[in-house]
Design a protein around this ligand. Sequence first.
Ligand SMILES: Cc1ncc(COP(=O)(O)O)c(C=O)c1O
Length: 425
Amino acid sequence: MKKYTEMTKEELEREKKLTEAEYLDIKAKNYSLDMSRGKPSNDQLGLTESLLHILNKGADCKTEDGIDCRNYGQLFGLKEARVLFSDLLGIPADNIILGGNSSLNMMYDTVARAMLYGVPGSDKPWCKQEHIKFLCPSPGYDRHFHICESLGIEMIPVDMTPDGPDMDTVERLVSEDESIKGIWCVPKYSNPQGITYSDETVKRFARLDCKAKDFRIFWDNAYAVHDLDDHGDKLLNIFSLMHGTKYEDQLYYFFSTSKISFPGSGVALLALSDRNLAATTKIIEAATIGPDKINQLRHVRYFTNAEGIIDHMRLHGMVLKPKFDVVLDTLEKELKPTGIADWTRPKGGYFISLDVADDTAKETYRLASEAGVKITKAGATFPYGKDPRDRNLRLAPSYPPLDELAAAIHVICVCAKLAYLNKIS
Ligand SMILES: Cc1ncc(COP(=O)(O)O)c(C=O)c1O
C-alpha cells in the first residue's frame, strides 16, 4: 500500500470512501469501550488479593518494635515501611516521608505548602511573590498541569525529546527567570510517552543552576519498577546524585504503590533533603498526627522486601505486555502503511503516546467517542489542554480485556485515517 502522502487524488477519494464505510460498520456495532485512564485491570488487582486480609486481628498490628499500628503516631510512617522503600529506590530511609494513599495528593500538598509557607531558600511564600511559573515538559501528565492551574501557577511547555525534556531549554529558562519555581518530571516511562530520561538528562537535572533560590524539581517516579519484562529501561538515581551536594534541596522525589498494590489504597512517598525535611516536618505536624500505618504494615508484611516488590511487578508485566503488544501490532498494521502517524514503543509504564496527523487529534477523538470508544481527551497532555499541533493522543492499554482492547485500537486507527482523509479533501 502507498503512503497517503504519495497517493493520487483519485486514490485518496477511494480510500476515503472505504474508510467511511468501515467507520459506519463500526458505529453499527454500538461499542462501549474505555481506554481513557491508566487503571490496572481486574486481573492485576487480583494479584494482591491476599494483601486485603493479611492482618486479621489486633495482635497482627504490632511492629517488631512493639508499635501498635492501630493507634496514633509515627508522623513519617512506619520505620519498616520506610526501610522497604529505601531499599527499593536507593534513598536513605531517614529522608523518606510516607503519606497516605496518593502521591498526587502529596504533590499537591507540597506545592500548596510552598505557596503558603515558601520552601528553604524562599524570601517569601510563593503566593506572595509576584507571579510564579512552572516548566511543564509536554506532552505530560494532565493532573500535574491541573495542580498548577488550580493554584494559579503559569505553565511553560518544554518539548520532550527521546532522552527526556529538552535540557538546553530547561537550563536556559531556569538560569534566566527567577519566577520559574518548579518543573514536573516523570523520569521513567513518562506519562504519556513512556520515555525514560537518559543518564545525561538526569545528571543535568542533578546540577541545575537556577536563578530562583527556591526552585524545585518535582520528580514523580510513579513508574520506577513498572517494566513490561526483564528488559526494562534503567534510570539513574537522582536522589543519590544530588544528596550531599549544594543542589540537594532542589529535589522533591515522589513515588507510590498505586500501580503495585491498589490505586487509591496504596502507600505514597515523598523523599527530600534534610533541610527540606525539617521545614516540611514543622508544617505537616500541624496538619496530621500520622498516616495510615495499618496499610503500611500490610504492604510490609505482603512484600517483605524490595525483591518481593520486583518479583511481584513481573506478574504485572506479564498481564500488561500482551496488551501493549496488541496496541502496537495494530498501530503497525493499520497506521504504519499510511505514513500519517507516529507512536512510542515503551518498555514499561502505562501509556502509549500516539501522534496522528497535525490538526486531526481532536477530530480523531470526536469520531472515536461517537463510535463508542473513550480515550483521554485530545489536548489533555498539554498545559491548559492546548496541544499546539493538535496531534497527540494518549492510549492506556491496561484496563480493558484483550479482545475489547483490540477492537478499541482498531476503531482509533480507522478514526485517525478518516480524520486525515476528511481534512485533506
Ligand atoms: C505520572 C503519574 N504520577 C502519579 C499518578 C497518580 O499516583 P497516585 O495514585 O499515587 O496519586 C499517576 C497515575 O496515573 C501518574 O501517571
